[in-house]
Design a protein around this ligand. Sequence first.
Ligand code: UDP
Length: 484
Amino acid sequence: MSKFIHQTLPHHHHHAIIIPCPFQGHINPAIHLSLRLASIGFKITFINTQFIHSQITKAHSSEPGPGPESNNIFSKARESGLDIHYITIYDGFPLDFDRNMNSLPFLEGLINGFVDHVDELVGKLIEKDDSINCLVADTFFVWPSIIAMKYNMVHVSFFTEPALVFALYYHLHLLQQKGHFGSHENRKDIVDYIPGVKSIKSSDLPSLFQNSVVHQLIYKAFQDVRKADIIIANTVQELEPETITSIQEKHSFYAIGPIVSANFTDLTIPSSLWSEIDCTQWLDAKPHGSVLYVSFGSVALVNKEDILELAHGLMLSEVNFVWVLRFNFLGQDEKSILPDGFEGKVKDRGLIVPWCNQMKVISHSAIGGFLSHCGWNSVVESIWCGVPLICSPLVTDQLANRKLVVYDWKVGINLRDGESITREEVRDKIKYLMNEEISSNLRKTIAQVKETFYSALATNGSSNVNFNKFVEELTMKISLVREH
Ligand code: UDP
């Protein structure tokens, strides 16, 4: 029998288009949000780019279930009664264009050309089905308000990162005026004038501001978000109260996190862009809490020197580890950068994989720590699993996320203070974190923050209440739009 019978659910007259930015860390939460909305009766049309779709299809082609034939990553969800439609869109580049190695032209395309493809597709969708009344688009797009207005849809902006990062991007102009960004010699002192952010070190500000394409994207996207009807974010009210309250003074903003795969449904939707290596058997053979998981996410480029220092640090630390080393990410096989004989030397205690199912790995009882680039999903997933972090942020929001992890919530330690890392520092930080006695305070604190996460999603928890309020406001706004 169907698990969900959408016709009987309260919101079956709502039809939302959901469109994530074409990156792993944006697609995952958008999928979970889609499932959640569909479970209360929303009809969802989920749009992935053709490139992302072909990556997911290739990555999952050997798995049982929805392979390339089914052409729909949501087929299991549909079988269980959720009304989720899945379509793809051209992103302006050929399928074999290397978007990661050519990130700047790709981002430029997203800023300038992508809106035309969206316009054309949404126009066609609405021609066929005039029940579409809501657009849930990633905050990092520069065009959602234009499309929502043109097609008379309520515009929900989905921010997949914490409120702190939202506040910083939102006030980019202030950072520029005060000289912390955009000048030749940016100020290096504490930033204490961003509404809702008591203080932040200049070294914790999102990087890449100086890059003109990224700056343009963020600037335009955060002009556009000002016009959104509702903003929802993957964070938790209790964990960022002042920042959230401050944003709420200007916008309808709901903290509905943590959004992770495990918190809503046991459905697994294929979403990885690369084939997942199953680490379960290897982890099963390792003692409880003895394995460090190391990953730098799906986009960040780790330089050769850092990979070398990390490898040496891992060797010196003598702990067990699973290291996600995405192949061909530096335009060469990462394994060839590793120190001579590295794999042989660590063969009994180290597993190197090109990609894995991260949630499955870090929720394994053998995992005792996560050395992370602090991508927001990784942070959220690690806290969800109660795994303390070693933070080695590289770019963009990762630096501000590190502030939350290390200095505000105290659920992790910092690895990268300077520009580069050294093998001795890597060794020392790993030894500190993986020694359960020494890091016991950190473990107690993360257990509390994990509890805050779980409580937020309980029936009367803040995120659940916020989610319901969000849907209520959306319903009201949809009815207003319909009257026009
Ligand atoms: N991830 C995964 N397997 C891996 C590495 C990462 O499934 O081997 C997932 C991870 O669970 C997370 C996403 O990829 O949901 C990465 O998002 P995050 O925000 O942490 O970093 P980004 O890739 O955006 O820098």
